[in-house]
Design a protein around this ligand. Sequence first.
Ligand SMILES: Cc1cc2nc3c(=O)[nH]c(=O)nc-3n(C[C@H](O)[C@H](O)[C@H](O)COP(=O)(O)O)c2cc1C
Length: 189
Amino acid sequence: MNVEEAIRTRRSIGKVKDEPVPRELLERMLEAAVWAPNHHQTEPWKFVVMTGEGRKTLGERTQKSRPAFPKPFGAGEAELHKREEAKANRAPVVIAVVCSPSEAPRVSRAEEFAAANSAVQNLLLSAHASGLGAVWRSGDPMYHPAMKSAFGLQPQEELVGLVYVGYPDLQPPEGKRIPAASKTIWIEA
Ligand SMILES: Cc1cc2nc3c(=O)[nH]c(=O)nc-3n(C[C@H](O)[C@H](O)[C@H](O)COP(=O)(O)O)c2cc1C
C-alpha cells in the first residue's frame, strides 16, 4: 500500500474481532510511530501496550478517575466497574500514547504535543497497512489527573490517545472530507 492510498483509505474502526494481534505487527506500528517528525529531536513519546489481562489495568485506571465525573443515572459501583472493564476490552490491544515533553527552555510544549500526535497518526497508518483496524479514542477521563497518576506519568506528561487495535469486524462507511481546495489559499508570485 503506498502512502497516499494508506492515508485516504484509513478509517477509524470501532469494532474489531476478539482475535489476538501478532506482536510483530504491534512492534511494526510502534516503530512507525517513532518516525514521526519532532523538533529538536526530542522524541517526546512513550507507549503503554495493553493486551489480554493487561487491559484490566486500563479499566482500573479509568475507574480511578471516574469519581470526578457524574455517574450515569441509576448505575451502581459494580455496574460502573463492569462498564469500564467492558470499554477496555473493546479491542484485543489498547495502546496508550503519552506525550513526554522536553522541558528544555528552547523547546515548545505545543510542538512536543504536535510530534506525539503525529506519532499516533503513524500508528494508525501502520495498523491499516497491516490489515488491522484501529481507532484513536480519548474522552474526559483520559485527560483527568487521576488517570495520569494511575499511569505513573510525570507532572509534565499527558496521555494523548488510547489507540484500540484489532482485526476489523465491520466495513467502515466511506470516508468524507471537505476538499482541501476550499481550505487553501494560494499565494503565488
Ligand atoms: C484527538 C482525537 C481524539 C479522538 N477521540 C475519539 C473518541 O474518543 N472516540 C471515537 O470514537 N473516536 C475518536 N476519534 C476519532 C475520530 O472520531 C475520527 O478520526 C473521525 O470521526 C474521522 O473518521 P476517520 O478516522 O474514519 O477518518 C478521535 C480522533 C482524534 C484526532
